[in-house]
Design a protein around this ligand. Structure first.
Ligand SMILES: Nc1ncnc2c1ncn2[C@@H]1O[C@H](COP(=O)(O)OS(=O)(=O)O)[C@@H](OP(=O)(O)O)[C@H]1O
Ligand SMILES: Nc1ncnc2c1ncn2[C@@H]1O[C@H](COP(=O)(O)OP(=O)(O)O)[C@@H](O)[C@H]1O
Length: 281
């Protein structure tokens, strides 16, 4: 982009290239992740803006609370345990990921709810790939947009109202003059994730991809609203771990199975009861 100083080697001046050659061979590049890179880019360009630690601090004007009815008391079901009849399989995971869940990002096997699952979230298979910093970073984009990037992750059973809430929230944010974008599980399975089914491994890959895309949207400065069943806590925690503190906000639509089944707008529960589809959670 013209006029924008960029630290990509191809954009450097002849004098800079000369100085680099004088130091040949150059020191090996430090391994860097997107978060480190975005911090570095932000520091280089502008004073560092304090990170949002609270979901309320998104740079948005105060929003009236959205009331979603009905709202029964939360049913918390520990991973791997049987759930009470009628209670949703998902649970809201508060706080930071546990140590073993964070280790998902260095490609270890996790013993999870049902079975051992290989997670390989951010470890690239290719070698000789390096992170390129650009001079314009998240902080600069946020300044331009006058808002803070974050991810609102809506989880819940099919029919619990995730897409409805995502679109309502997106519309409310838009009406306040801020940029939001909805990543809906159903929609993404028409394109980005059309090669995936509903086995635990496929769901994990589905969530991993959407988590990575959501991270990019947040880095772009948008309020990214992801709406997926995302039944496994470890998958959601892997997504949370991609974002900086306070910028991954999980919303669990804790609706009873009976209610979701009575809605059944796509007839999925009916098909599942008839044994025609498997794995509806
Ligand atoms: N087992 C099974 N078989 C066929 N179809 C199914 C199944 N489970 C879910 N669905 C439908 O897929 C929609 C998207 O699911 P998600 O991508 O959100 O699921 S997941 O997060 O990967 O668990 C999901 O969208 P919602 O109903 O809006 O939740 C369903 O329409
Ligand atoms: N708060 C609500 N109260 C009553 N009905 C709702 C509510 N939210 C969603 N619905 C209805 O429930 C059905 C499922 O909603 P949807 O948003 O598609 O759920 P999901 O995305 O979780 O599958 C739709 O027919 C929708 O109109």
């Amino acid at each position: 982009m013209e006029g924008l100083p960029c630290r990509h080697p191809a954009a450097s001046t002849a004098a800079q290239r000369g100085a680099r050659l004088a130091r040949w061979p150059p020191p090996p590049p430090r391994p860097r992740g997107p978060r480190a890179a975005s911090r570095a880019a932000s520091c280089a360009a502008t004073p560092v803006v304090a990170r949002s630690r609270s979901p309320a601090n998104l740079g948005l004007p105060p929003t009236p609370r959205l009331r979603i009815a009905p709202s029964p008391a939360p049913a918390r079901v520990a991973a791997g345990q049987g759930r009470p009849r009628g209670a949703p399989l998902v649970e809201c995971a508060g706080g930071r990921p546990r140590e073993e869940e964070r280790s998902a990002h260095v490609g270890v096997s996790l013993v999870g709810e049902d079975k051992v699952l290989q997670m390989s979230s951010t470890v690239p298979k290719a070698s000789n790939i390096f992170w390129h910093d650009c001079a314009v970073g998240q902080v600069d984009r946020q300044k331009l947009l006058k808002q803070k990037g974050c991810v609102v992750w809506i989880t819940g059973l099919s029919g619990s109202g995730k897409s409805t809430l995502a679109c309502t929230l997106g519309r409310e944010i838009h009406a306040r003059g801020k940029l939001a974008y909805v990543l809906d599980g159903d929609n993404l399975r028409h394109g980005l994730n059309k090669d995936l089914g509903f086995k635990a491994e496929d769901r994990a890959e589905n969530i991993r991809r959407v988590g990575e895309v959501a991270k990019l949207f947040a880095d772009a400065g948008l309020v990214c609203i992801a709406s997926l069943i995302s039944p496994y806590r470890r998958d959601r925690e892997s997504c949370r771990a991609l974002l900086s503190d306070g910028t991954f906000i999980e919303v669990f639509l804790n609706m009873p199975l009976e209610l979701c089944e009575s809605r059944d707008p796509k007839g999925l529960y009916k098909l599942a009861r008839a044994g025609k589809i498997k794995g509806i959670l």
